[in-house]
Design a protein. Structure first.
Length: 206
């Protein structure tokens, strides 16, 4: 099985913190404003997004003739690079594909590709967010996408922190334990929903 340094978890944790801030800031702002009888107005993150969009970096990415399309295409390709192998592992957990191979062999084969795709997705996704932060922040599909990504990440974390630690007991067993099958099914459903939310998000931008 492929091994990665423990600090690698810092990247998804930072990404999760950013996503939580974007998703939870508006309702929390409204809650505290109502409780303290303070006019809601624009949220702090909304104001920050507006300032970010006014920067030269955001403008250059957004108005570039080729770079934006390169980043957008790279994001889609990296998404396929990340999710394709991840879904192969999910299908193995469910017992649909690769049933002749141990789960550990399938994971070691696909996990490095998934991790590499993850870093490219985060990098290109951040550049896309910088190019249109206001549209992203105001899009309900963007918030849905971020929530789905959090749930998918939580599903993977729970799987690797619990039943995957006992993989030696069921590495070659068919069918796999119920917990592994549930994690595989949730992974397929959540990441498919992420893809759809991302596509719908793009169509809502003005």
């Amino acid at each position: 099985m492929a091994r990665f340094p423990q600090w690698i978890w810092a990247f998804p944790i930072l990404a999760a913190g950013f996503i939580l801030g974007v998703v939870l800031a508006p309702p929390l702002r409204s809650l505290f404003s109502a409780a303290l009888d303070v006019p809601t107005g624009a949220s702090m993150i909304g104001e920050w997004c507006a300032r970010l969009e006014a920067t030269s970096l955001s403008t250059r990415i957004r108005e570039s003739e080729y770079f934006w399309w390169f980043v957008e295409g790279g994001h889609l390709l990296a998404l396929a690079m990340m999710l394709g192998p991840a879904m192969m592992l999910d299908l193995r957990l469910i017992g649909v594909m690769w049933t002749g191979d141990p789960v550990s062999k399938v994971e070691s084969r696909f996990l490095p590709v998934t991790v590499a795709g993850f870093f490219i997705v985060v990098t290109t996704g951040l550049l896309l967010f910088i190019s249109e932060p206001v549209n992203c922040y105001e899009s309900s599909y963007f918030r849905i996408k971020m929530c789905l990504i959090l749930l998918a990440g939580l599903n993977a974390f729970v799987f690797h922190a619990t039943i995957d630690r006992r993989r030696s007991e069921w590495d070659n067993v068919l069918p796999t334990p119920a917990g592994a099958r549930i994690a595989g099914i949730l992974g397929l459903l959540l990441w498919t929903a992420v893809i759809f939310a991302g596509r719908y998000m793009a169509y809502t931008f003005s």
